[in-house]
Design a protein around this ligand. Sequence first.
Ligand code: ZN
Ligand code: ZN
Length: 308
Amino acid sequence: MTAFATLAGGVHAVRIPMPAGGLPFSLAYLIEDARGRLLVVDPGSPTAEAQAALMGAVDALGRRPADVAAIVLTHLHADHAGGAEELRRRTGAPVLLHRREQEALDALASGPPAPDLDAWGVPAERRPELQAAATAPVVPSLRRADGLLEDGDLLDVPGRRLRVLHTPGHTPGSVCLHDEDAGLVLSGDHVLPTVNTGLGLGGPSASNPIADYLASLRRVAALDGPDVQVLPGHEHPFTGLADRCAVLAEHHLRRAREVAAHPGGTVWEVAASLTWTGGWDALRGFTLLSALSQTALHRDFVARAPLP
Ligand SMILES: [Zn+2]
Ligand SMILES: [Zn+2]
């Protein structure tokens, strides 16, 4: 895929550069409506470079900023939603996201939740790097959406039937968008073609994000069909949605079974006994924090119900 590609009638993918250190780019989507205006899905990172890539694509389509009719966010992470505030300012278009994501933004406004390092049994000498990692900002400057989405909503896009699916797991208010006529599933970070989705990364949740995620995978897998194309938030568009969902479910269930095989000990001790790409000893700072929080989620998951 080049930096800007037309995928299906009136649907365009734009590579949006990301700050160094993570994935190289996110994918924004520009969707034309019957009146010639554009829906923007996930404008991308909060950088001038990202904004320039997006506005360059709008311009290449012969549209002006005022032709952007609405901005939809699949979830609150900065690599998808970070540019929303600036795009809203430039275009006057409303920003829409799921109600649960707005609740998470409200909860995170006072800072990210502090991990309970005591309960996890983290040795004293490893605590400072985890405390530093936990204060790293993960949410964009956006504070308030102009409209809240609910599961089953049909977006107001003339000439298209774009249905909202609430797919919690990656974050509590993650959504996928289903273009029911064109057979497109915009999957955000819920389903990526090769990268495994991290879970529980969007603020407090009363339910277990792993259980939520497995249920959400079953919902989107049911949308698959011979002509269905998936438009993810990173990497590249792909087909084979149900197969990819099965692989992702198995990835998380394998880890759950591994955690279930270590019923005793603290989160720290269990995590140290698991297999990690690159090895446990190489985990530092944010990746160590992420490994511990994923282990804690899995322990809670296996304690709640027998594994399928
Ligand atoms: Zn994300
Ligand atoms: Zn992402």
